[in-house]
Structure formats: C-alpha cells, structure tokens
Design a protein around this ligand. Structure first.
Ligand code: ARG
Length: 259
C-alpha cells in the first residue's frame, strides 16, 4: 500500500513537470542526420562535389566555374596538398559515379585563422575542366548577405549524427539563416566566437556535421555560405556556422585567377 502511494505521487510529480527520471526522457533531442536529412539526387544539387583526400571523402565543395571549386580553408590545410586531393562531381554517391578529377592547385584565404576559423574559405583549380550538364553545374555566389530568417538549405555526405558515421548518399536539409548579430547574441551559446565573415543557420534537430565542411549553404538559388564549424551537431543552442560568401566573394573572384 505504501509503495503504491509512493508510485502514484511520483507519477503525479512527473505530470506536473518535475524532472523526468532517466530512461523516460523523450527521444526528441537526438542529434540524428547531414543531421535530420533527406536523400537528394545530384540533379537537384548539381554544384555539389565530394572532396577526397588520398581516395576518401572528407569535405564538400561547390562548383563555381568549369575548373574552380570553392571549399573551406580548413579542408585545404595540411595534410591536404593539391596532389593528394581529387573531387567527385556529378554523383550523389561519394564512392562511385560521375567524374573523379585531380586537383591541380589550391589557395587558402590569407586571413584564415585555424583557431578562430575567421575567413574559412579557399579554392581549388582542377586539372581538367568539368563538362556541364544536368548533373554538373556551377552555382552563383551571393553578393548580398541573406537576411535573418531567410530559408536556406545545406547538403553533404557528412556524419548523420555527432560521432556517428558518414552518409553514402548525398543528404540535404532545409534550414533558416541566423544573422551574425543574432548568432553571437545571448540567444545562443557562441557569443564572441561569431566574427565578421561568419553567418549561421539553424533548424530544430537539423544541421551540417563533420564531413559536410566546405559544402554549400544555398539560399535563393545562390551560394550564401560554406560549411565551417559548430559545437557538435544540431544542438539547440548552437547553430551551424558558415563562411559568409557575400563577404568573401571578392576574395574568391580574385583567387580563381591566381590559384
Ligand atoms: N568542421 C566540420 C567539418 O570538418 C563541419 C562542422 C559543421 N558543424 C555543424 N554543427 N554545423 O566537416
């Protein structure tokens, strides 16, 4: 009788919002999939490439012309060298299909700082030119920073949960732009880590994750961001952080002629 009353009181306490005992937590906070993603065909994201080092996918990238790929600076630093990098274009599978092309040269933003991730952008020149078609196309770089709350999407073959495994098939998620000011405000946990050249995007339980770096954040049909960093993946108080293409576009336009 006493035990039954104790059980009843415990259940009433839970119903009234008391801390839920371990094992009864809702599973909604899982950081799964990108994180939260849906499989997509390469025809829907023909600017997306897989960047491969020594034969294995490790970053994403975006086609901006028939021989230039934009990616993150942190994908191009040591141990990456032009000679150990190749890109796969025209396939939604990272291990087969489309074309695999050797990188001829790389250029990292001179202002990139590996500690702060400021200016996390770089370009690769391909050894042979891509042939554009339904599965391989360039994307235009945005010249205006997208506004806070704008719809955007991200894609890649990265991990489907923090510490999980990479996706064999290209995944995408819809997300929303979080402006730089808002991203560095007390609404989220980053504070002064958010610097000029960065922009954020967030959506509940959806995010980029490890292996998506360098890949595209697209809004209004234009490249607005490059996957850069985040605290784990899909944590509620920590948006994904991207290199802001509108602010870095002039660097890319110059670099594509010198790389
Ligand atoms: N730096 C990671 C990479 O190398 C990308 C992390 C993105 N994280 C995030 N939570 N949006 O692939």
């Amino acid at each position: 009788m006493f035990l039954q009353i104790a059980t009843l009181l415990a259940l009433l306490a839970i119903a009234n919002g008391a801390v839920v005992p371990l094992g009864l937590e809702p599973q909604s906070r899982q950081v799964g999939r990108i994180v939260g993603g849906t499989a997509t065909s390469i025809e829907d994201r023909p600017w997306q490439v897989s960047v491969q080092r020594s034969g294995a996918h490790f970053c994403g990238g975006s086609i901006i012309s028939n021989n230039i790929i934009v990616t993150a600076a942190h994908c191009l630093v040591s141990p990456s060298t032009a000679s150990n990098l190749r890109i796969r274009a025209g396939s939604n599978k990272r291990t087969y299909g489309g074309v695999l092309i050797q990188v001829a040269a790389i250029q990292i933003h001179e202002g990139y700082n590996s500690a702060t991730k400021v200016n996390d952008i770089g370009v690769m020149r391909l050894q042979s030119k891509l042939t554009f078609g339904s599965t391989i196309k360039a994307i235009t770089m945005a010249s205006v920073t997208p506004s806070h709350g704008a719809s955007a999407s991200i894609s890649g073959w990265g991990k489907t949960s923090y510490g999980g495994s990479s996706s064999a098939t290209l995944l995408y998620v819809d997300t929303k732009i979080v402006g730089r000011t808002q991203c560095g405000s007390s609404t989220y946990g980053y504070g002064s880590w958010i610097l000029p050249t960065m922009i954020c995007a967030a959506s509940a339980n959806k995010d980029a994750c490890q292996g998506d770096s360098g890949g595209p954040l697209v809004s209004g049909g234009q490249l607005v961001g490059v996957v850069s960093w985040g605290n784990e993946c899909a944590l509620a108080n920590y948006p994904g952080v991207y290199a802001n293409v509108a602010e870095l576009r002039s660097w890319v336009l110059a670099a594509q002629n010198t790389v």
